[in-house]
Design a protein around this ligand. Structure first.
Ligand code: GAP
Length: 465
């Protein structure tokens, strides 16, 4: 596992400096486990969402979308097993009271553990490593016993009793529960038939014990999840098909295959038939990016029992009745964001100068084109550039920049990954060479090559290039 802390620092610093990602509540000293997306970050995040939605909903004939509420009836989380079992192993340092994830400390000490091991198993492994494991804060080796810590975030929504902790409502711990509880609504209101899928993008909340690695592990995160409802006997065939599709998705985004890896879960929850993660080569090593899970009919059966509502499906052809099984694909938007920043971050030399460049595919680039008047103090150039900018901004995210010399403006756009820069110069105005009237130069981010294009053909050129 190759780690590259220097690259991580560069990405974090670029993301802050250029307005991609800010620490949450920064002016108050920060708020652990939260980050805010800045002007370019929100564009990138929106493009990641749009790309996922296009692949998972638009291009899939039998998948429909959903946007369910963040708050649900508290019974949802009892039925799902989160109230009793959604927990991570926590261990506290007796010296400085820092709380850490026991499985992470074990991993850092070079042994294997995961959050799904029983508390007895984790304690046994932890006890065997007590001489090696040090507190990440104070460096001491004085830990208490490993305990389970529930990750559901509680709230007082709708509870005015003054002691709401006895009957809390929960912020959703995963978006897919909103999908299961709407299974029947979607079935009854649209023309879907099993096999069909429901996709959703939305916030989820987890009381992570030790949020770390920047936007990799957050307390407030966004998930992009799809649940495919299938005939029980088809579950594993559909599962394998989705494993292939999700792998291909990253290759289609432009990820190098060597930066992706499959990881099979050693400890499956009792109802799951299979669970594999797609891991990405983050600057801190290969870590989970996405999970693809065969969940059986556990979720629908649980909601059926707890709600008392029939969630079975009647096959219109065979007249068979069954509770569909679920194949799930689940990925964090924030983790995808970090993977995209890592994958497309580059430094090279162009025209004798070193530069930082984000080689985003066009679909993901926050700004698709930047428009420059060659000189700021020539009103004719500025007016023409504004005209071109207004035309382009109607069809794509564009930016106008007249500040500093052209070289500096190129560097600024390279750093945020803008694929093309358009310059309006004296030729555009027909002053130097009449045959070039109403043409502009388009400079390519990756090669630095410049092409002269007619303004009337610019939109088409930029869409294709
Ligand atoms: N519905 C299944 C589910 O939620 P999960 O493995 O807990 O499964 C799925 O989460 C994905 O959500 C992960 O692969 C990861 O991309 C993202 N994710 C989970 N916890 C996260 C956190 N604390 N911060 C950021 N992303 C997270």
């Amino acid at each position: 596992m190759e780690k590259n802390p220097e690259k991580m620092e560069k990405i974090v610093s670029l993301a802050k400096r250029r307005g991609f990602v800010f620490q949450g509540s920064e002016i108050y000293g920060g708020f652990v486990g939260t980050y805010d997306y800045g002007p370019y970050g929100v564009e990138l995040a929106n493009n990641i969402r749009a790309q996922w939605w296009k692949t998972m909903v638009q291009e899939e004939r039998n998948i429909v979308g959903l946007d369910s509420a963040i708050f649900t009836h508290p019974k949802v989380w009892e039925a799902s097993g989160h109230v009793s079992g959604f927990s991570d192993p926590l261990v506290e340092c007796k010296e400085c009271n820092t709380r850490s994830r026991a499985d992470h400390l074990i991993e850092d000490a070079g042994a294997f553990a995961d959050e799904k091991m029983s508390i007895e198993e984790i304690n046994t492994v932890f006890d065997g490593l007590r001489e090696k494991i040090v507190c990440p804060k104070c460096g001491q080796k004085k830990f208490g016993e490993v305990k389970r810590f529930n990750l559901l975030v509680q709230s007082n929504l709708g509870n005015f009793s003054g002691d709401w902790t006895k009957e809390p409502t929960y912020l959703r711990g995963e978006t897919c529960q909103g999908i299961y509880i709407n299974f029947k609504n979607v079935l009854d209101s649209s023309r879907v038939k099993v096999p069909f899928g429901i996709a959703q993008i939305g916030k989820a909340f987890r009381n992570e014990i030790a949020p770390r690695q920047y936007i990799f592990r957050l307390r407030e995160l966004t998930q992009m999840e799809m649940q495919m409802f299938v005939k029980p006997e088809d579950e594993m065939v559909v599962y394998e098909a989705w494993r292939k599709k999700r792998w291909q998705y990253y290759l289609d985004l432009g990820f190098k295959e060597e930066n992706l890896k499959w990881h099979e879960h050693e400890n499956l929850v009792f109802y799951a038939k299979a669970a594999w993660d797609i891991e990405y080569n983050f600057p801190f090593g290969f870590k989970e990016l996405e999970g693809v899970h065969a969940r059986g009919n556990y979720d629908l059966t649980q909601h059926q029992t707890f709600s008392g509502k029939d969630l079975s499906y009647l096959d219109p052809v065979t007249n068979e009745r069954y509770v569909p099984h679920v194949v799930e694909t689940s990925v964090g938007l924030d983790r995808t964001f970090l993977a995209v920043m890592t994958e497309f971050y580059d430094e090279d030399e162009l025209g004798g100068e070193t530069r930082t460049v984000l080689r985003f595919p066009k679909a993901l680039a926050p700004i698709k084109v930047a428009v420059f008047p060659l000189l700021k103090n020539k009103p004719e150039l500025v007016a023409k550039a504004e005209e071109v900018y207004t035309m382009l901004a109607k069809v794509m995210r564009a930016e106008f920049d007249d500040n500093g010399n052209i070289g500096k403006r190129y560097r600024r756009q390279d750093e945020i990954g803008t694929p093309a820069c358009v310059t309006i110069d004296f030729e555009t105005l027909g002053q130097d060479a009449p045959e070039l009237t109403d043409t502009v130069t388009v400079r390519d981010r990756d090669t630095g090559a410049q092409t002269r294009v007619l303004i009337s053909e610019l939109v088409n050129y930029l869409m294709q290039a």
